[in-house]
Design a protein around this ligand. Structure first.
Ligand code: NAP
Ligand code: G4F
Length: 322
């Protein structure tokens, strides 16, 4: 029987890759989109004729109730969020409203309208923040360092609370950083590959960054959405860390990206205090052995290939523009 899925955040990086995956699996795919003065469907232009878009906002309970009543989903993937950590200090209340209470509103909409629906919560390695052990796994205590991280901890526990209070199928995917050519332009990886492509094309002179020594466990978004899907196919709901198990610094990323166009990053990169954060997460590296053993998931794309993939896409984009 055809399954129906509702994806919140379908216009984002992960939402677009997940929609592709579910279409390949023959799902009937619905995506929740919020009203914007200029619609932002760049990431889903290629599949927009094969999916159904429903209007709604994580700030608005009634729109979420209506969306669940309309779609009658078997699975809901709650990917919508104010997802940029730096902005969460500028807009802490909005971040809490969308990322914390927004998740609660989606859970409530499911409980009231389609309680047997399976729920995926986009939890984050940012919850580990000032890490209490390395590598981080499902049992590592949280120590969030940003309003974003704090909001995600709330949503994480709301997900577990609905599982335990109402016997609903609710899973947390604790995903470490994952990137792709569809990554938003303000995140450090995409900011770097876009800038290097622009420098290579003669459109930009330098690249201003913040903390070059921060280390992240970077994977490929296309690999990570497979883990989301696997979590909802499992026979019971549980929480899983999804990571590569390798940490690399921003400096390593920038070095490799400039090498792709035969340049030395030290000639172009300027450190700008504007991009430092009030409280930094210096290091993240995940242990995803639970997901590997129970779900049979593993990442395919290596760090070096991810940098190459993103560089290639941005170079081609500027070449097309020329
Ligand atoms: P993204 O590209 O920033 O996408 C966020 C999505 O949320 C967009 O579709 C956005 O819609 C939507 N959205 C924002 N506010 C909304 C609201 N009030 N109501 C409805 N939709 C709203 O994020 P992503 O990288 O794909 O990440 C997906 C999820 O995973 C997020 O929850 C993020 O916090 C979490 N996460 C990401 C990573 C990562 O490394 N990528 C790691 C761990 C967890 P518009 O297009 O209208 O702005
Ligand atoms: O790319 P970032 O902005 O990602 P961050 O803060 O790790 O958050 C991402 O991953 C989380 C999972 O751990 C997600 F939950 C979240 O939604 C998002 O997808 O920054 C990565 C690192 C930081 O340490 C930052 O301080 O890069 C450092 N950095 C150095 N210079 C910079 C810059 N980050 C940005 N965005 N811009 C810079 O110029």
């Amino acid at each position: 029987m055809t399954k129906t899925a509702l994806i919140t955040g379908i216009t984002g990086q992960d939402g677009s890759y997940l929609a592709e995956l579910l279409l390949e699996q023959k799902y009937d795919v619905y995506g929740l989109v919020r009203r914007l003065s200029t619609p932002n469907t760049t990431n889903i232009t290629h599949i927009v004729d094969n999916i159904h878009l429903v209007e709604g906002d994580l700030m608005d309970q009634s729109s979420l109730d209506t969306a669940i009543q309309q779609c009658r989903p078997d699975e809901v993937y709650n990917l919508a969020a104010q997802s940029f950590v730096a902005t969460s200090w500028q807009q802490p209340v909005l971040t809490g409203e969308v990322d914390a209470l927004g998740a609660l509103r989606v859970l409530e909409a499911i409980r009231r309208n389609k309680k047997d629906c399976r729920y995926y919560q986009a939890s984050s390695s940012e919850m580990f923040g000032k890490v209490q052990e390395t590598p981080q796994n499902e049992k590592t205590p949280f120590y969030p360092r940003s309003p974003y991280g704090v909001a995600k901890v709330y949503a994480y526990w709301a997900t577990i609370n609905y599982r335990e209070s109402y016997e609903m199928f609710c899973a947390n995917g604790i995903l470490f950083n994952h990137e792709s050519p569809r990554r938003g332009i303000e995140f450090v990886t995409r900011k770097i590959t876009d800038a290097v492509a622009r420098i290579d094309a003669g459109l930009q002179k330098d690249l201003r960054l913040g903390n070059l020594d921060a280390e992240r466990d970077w994977g490929y978004a296309g690999d990570y959405v497979k883990a989301m899907w696997k979590m909802l196919q499992h026979d019971s709901s549980d929480d899983f860390v999804i990571a590569t198990g390798e940490a690399h610094s921003v400096r390593e990323f920038v070095d490799l990206a400039f090498k792709e166009v035969g340049l030395d990053y030290e000639d172009y990169v300027l450190v700008d205090p504007k991009f430092f954060r009030p409280a930094e997460v210096n290091f993240l590296m995940g242990d995803s052995s639970k997901a590997r053993n129970i779900l049979g998931w593993q990442p395919e794309v290596k760090f070096e290939d991810l940098v190459k993939m993103m560089m290639k896409a941005d170079i081609e984009r500027y070449a097309r523009k020329r």
